[in-house]
Write a protein that binds this ligand. Structure first.
Ligand code: GLU
Length: 288
């Protein structure tokens, strides 16, 4: 099977250093494996979307030498596929409607468990739909971080598949599209490590294949906090790509050609010297 990797940004701001690291890391793994590198725009959460950021992220990637092997997949165009997966789960009795508010759940410890709602059904409001999560341990081997396991009932409980406003959850859209795009390995930041067990469980519920997972070290701000697009953290400058690209490669412990004056030369040298087994598990680097 040909290796298929992907970079799946959410359009919640411009490309920042943390997402450049995820893009470069996934690109290197895919190119090293002689496979395909795909881009997916995760634009299914309109309230969190920042106007213009999908276009700005997609325009920035080629400036950093990261050119996908197919046109980008927009999740906003994939709602019918999520409807099908949703109906499959509902028909199998794995979903239930839920009117519980966050504050009602917080009063009972925060998690929704065993399909037990605290709020009564309210015919005047649309419900959220949650997945019944059993008391089982989900285990997987992260290519970088080693064996992982999570008991989903303990950690997240019955999680939301479709919000009351009608938006599908990241977890559902992600597994449907990882299958649709034929992804064989997911390379992304470790901030998503705790989504992986939920995604593997959903793949089992939907009878979908489980790809390999490789979670890259998280880029922290100088203040020790995670960089996030929603905080408008350190956007990288596509007009002057070399400094940020050098820093992204160094962050991933990939050799950086000091004399390179072109993005292509920097990437070619990085790829020629790249070994996924040498990616760092964690990093003391920070980005100011
Ligand atoms: N859209 C997610 C983000 O930007 C990443 C999803 C993924 O790589 O699975 O944080």
């Amino acid at each position: 099977m040909t290796y298929h990797g992907r970079f799946a940004p959410s359009p919640t701001g411009q490309l920042h250093f943390g997402s450049l690291v995820a893009a470069v890391g996934s690109w290197l793994c895919a190119r090293h494996a002689g496979g395909q590198w795909l881009v997916r725009m995760e634009d299914i959460d309109p309230p969190r979307e920042v106007a213009g950021s999908a276009a700005s992220i997609l325009a920035a990637l080629p400036a950093f030498g990261l050119v996908a092997d197919a046109p980008p997949l927009f999740q906003s165009q994939r709602i019918e596929a999520y409807d099908v997966a949703f109906e499959q789960l509902r028909a199998a009795g794995q979903l239930f409607p839920c009117w519980c508010s966050r504050s009602e759940l917080a009063a009972g410890g925060g998690l929704h468990r065993d399909g037990q709602c605290v709020a009564a059904a309210d015919p005047d409001r649309l419900p959220a739909w949650r997945l019944r999560v059993p008391d089982i341990e989900v285990a997987f081997d992260d290519a970088l971080l080693g064996p992982q396991h999570e008991n989903l009932r303990e950690s997240v409980g019955d999680f939301v598949i479709r919000r009351a406003e009608g938006f599908y959850s990241y977890q559902l859209a992600c597994v449907v599209d990882d299958t649709f795009q034929g992804i064989t390995e997911v390379v992304r930041g470790s901030d998503l490590l705790d989504s992986t067990a939920r995604q593997i469980w959903l793949q089992r519920c939907l009878d979908l294949p489980t790809p390999a997972y490789r979670h890259l070290p998280l880029v922290m701000g100088a203040d020790g906090r995670k960089l996030s697009k929603s905080e408008q953290a350190s956007p990288v400058d596509p007009a002057d790509p070399l400094p940020a690209l050098r820093q992204a490669l160094a962050f991933l412990s990939v050799p950086v050609l000091a004399t390179a004056t072109e993005v292509q030369d920097l990437l070619a040298h990085a790829l020629a010297n790249f070994d996924p087994a040498l990616l760092p598990q964690c990093s003391g680097h920070s980005f100011a």
